[in-house]
Design a protein around this ligand. Structure first.
Ligand SMILES: N[C@@H](CCC(=O)N[C@@H](CS)C(=O)NCC(=O)O)C(=O)O
Length: 83
């Protein structure tokens, strides 16, 4: 099973693009707001920068919103979700 976390910021339009895609396609994964707690530092340690959105896939950071949406589309079967 793939371990997924989306790092985001509520005010970020690129994050909203990803989140809107997720909602439309019933994709529910753990999400971390980088304005809360230690999340910003956690993202920095994982991926080397604090840019959001960032999808962390099995510990590996993917930073671009278009790449994240493409990854969701490409991995629909793997995740057993109907996108
Ligand atoms: N090309 C990126 C742009 C992402 C971006 O600019 N995110 C801003 C927030 S809206 C950000 O994280 N800025 C802070 C930083 O880069 O550390 C994408 O499409 O995901």
């Amino acid at each position: 099973m793939t371990d997924l976390t989306l790092y985001y910021m509520p005010t970020c339009p690129f994050c909203q693009k990803v989140i809107t895609f997720m909602k439309k396609n019933d994709i529910e994964i753990p999400m971390k707001d980088i304005n809360e707690g230690e999340n910003r530092q956690g993202l920095l340690m994982l991926g080397g920068k604090t840019q959001v959105p960032c999808l962390v896939i099995d510990g590996k950071a993917m930073y671009e919103s278009d790449d994240i949406i493409t990854w969701f589309k490409d991995n629909a079967k793997k995740l057993k979700q109907a996108f």
